[in-house]
Ligand binder design. Structure first.
Ligand SMILES: Nc1ncnc2c1ncn2[C@@H]1O[C@H](COP(=O)(O)OP(=O)(O)OP(=O)(O)O)[C@@H](O)[C@H]1O
Length: 436
């Protein structure tokens, strides 16, 4: 049977603010078939929304093709409708008019529009709210309108871009459960669902297949089949095992054979996560305070953050060898333990050694400074080099992070007035002896 959607070798680049090319999707191939729910799971910036919009036919591709029922798309995909995180309702229209909007755009006559909108409003539990305006509704109700507006089009494929993430926990749980009971019932008017999420539990709760995206540029990292019966029990060991497996894949801690050793990697092969020393040291302290082990989702919930927000800190601490990730668990390493418990001078020394060994950009800067005539170089020199592998914005972010880390470890310092990065005097002698 022809798949509903065939994405073949799709790549997409955007032009950055300084005219540079920013590759967002790289060589993506996938199929979406009737009868399945597929989750696109990835961290912020991995290109999930961009991929969803290519499936909807809303953006021009840089390379590859997207086919709907075997036909290559040349514009908006007629077989899809989208539900957005921000609901995207027209505030000046009533619920009824909002739901009718897409039908009107497709030239459906008013009487039929009305009837179909009423049915969709009823299906999604908004009966009685037809003449309300969005501002009179709670967030959950507004997103119900978002669903009704998409479902009324009876698309083959319902596309959802983080549809629950702007809602509070209870409301989103409620809506997810209702959506699933509609999906498993007889009245659901679509053949397949593709949902973008960065929430692992949501992916396991909803999807038949989870496609895990990696970043820089966005690529398919893994595919995991979720063959749990519905409704799914979040507390079952099978559910927990899948959540753990996806954590491993998402945090990328499973040693990837193509990934070079930290001591040999280049700054572009192993970018520095966007984390300040204060942030990653704080995370290490919290894990230490819990006996050296912490559950990442629990930690995020307690701190009132999303797991996604904590990942750069986790990545940074892991890259520096201060902690390691196993499933959803963070474990402090012996070095991490020493780093957290030592006095400030010793702690800086440990940090400096780890950063020089395991953070390629810090190492590169350190070595280049050591090899320079007077132990200093213009920051612009490093920025130019970084621009070969990063967008202008990301290159600056990489340099800022390296300077923050280098400063804390007293390896080198940056003078904003002169724009020079200079080796710390205390490190000069050591650097001169370091192998090139
Ligand atoms: N129109 C655009 N022009 C330039 N860059 C863009 C554009 N749209 C997206 N990007 C960039 O592409 C990258 C991927 O964005 P995208 O929104 O697809 O990722 P995502 O995985 O959905 O992330 P998030 O969860 O944060 O929404 C980001 O770096 C973003 O800044």
């Amino acid at each position: 049977m022809t798949p509903l959607i065939t994405v073949e070798k799709v790549s997409k680049s955007f032009t950055g603010s300084e005219g540079d090319e920013l590759r967002v999707l790289d060589d993506i191939t996938l199929e979406l078939r009737a009868g399945e729910i597929v989750a696109l799971l990835g961290r912020s910036g991995s290109g999930k929304s961009t991929l969803l919009r290519t499936i909807a036919g809303l953006i021009a591709l840089t390379g590859g093709s997207v086919r709907y029922r075997g036909e290559e798309l040349n514009g908006a995909n007629p077989g899809t409708a989208m539900v957005f995180q921000s609901f995207a309702l027209m505030p000046w229209l009533t619920v009824q008019d909002n739901v009718e909007l897409g039908l009107a755009a497709r030239g459906v006559p008013p009487a039929e529009r009305r009837e179909r909108a009423l049915a969709a409003i009823d299906l999604i539990g908004l009966d009685g709210f037809e003449s309300a305006y969005p501002k009179e509704l709670s967030g959950g109700m507004r997103q119900r309108v978002g669903f009704a507006r998409a479902l009324v089009l009876e698309p083959d494929l319902l596309l959802m871009d983080e549809p629950f993430s702007a809602l509070d926990v209870l409301t989103s749980e409620n809506l997810r459960t209702e959506l699933m009971s509609l999906w498993t019932g007889q009245r659901f008017p679509t053949k397949a669902i593709c949902i973008v999420t960065h929430n692992i539990e949501e992916a396991v709760q909803l999807a038949d297949r989870v496609l895990v995206l990696g970043a820089n540029p966005g690529h398919l990292r893994a595919e995991v089949t979720i063959d749990l019966a519905r409704p799914r029990d979040r507390k079952s060991p099978a559910f927990a095992a899948l959540v753990d497996r996806l954590y491993d894949l998402l945090t990328g801690r499973k040693p990837d054979l193509t990934e070079p050793e930290p001591t040999e990697a280049t700054p572009t092969a192993r970018p520095l996560p966007a984390a300040s020393v204060g942030g990653l040291a704080g995370l290490a302290e919290i894990v230490h305070a819990r006996g050296g082990r912490a559950d990442l989702p629990d930690l995020a919930a307690e701190l009132n953050f999303e797991v996604d927000d904590l990942l750069p800190l986790v990545d940074a601490a892991a890259q520096l060898g201060l902690l390691f990730v196993a499933g959803a668990d963070l474990h402090l390493t012996p070095i991490g333990q020493a780093f957290t418990t030592a006095d400030i001078q010793q702690s800086k020394k440990i940090f400096a050694e780890q950063a020089r060994d395991r953070a390629p950009l810090v190492r590169t800067i350190y070595k280049a400074l050591a090899a320079s005539a007077d132990g200093s170089l213009r920051a612009g020199f490093f920025l130019d080099l970084l621009r070969r592998g990063f967008s202008a914005e990301d290159a600056q972010q990489q340099l800022d992070t390296a300077i923050d880390w280098g400063r804390y470890g007293e390896l080198f310092d940056f003078d904003t007035d002169t724009g020079q990065i200079a080796l710390d005097p205390a490190h000069r002698a050591t650097a001169e002896r370091a192998p090139a």
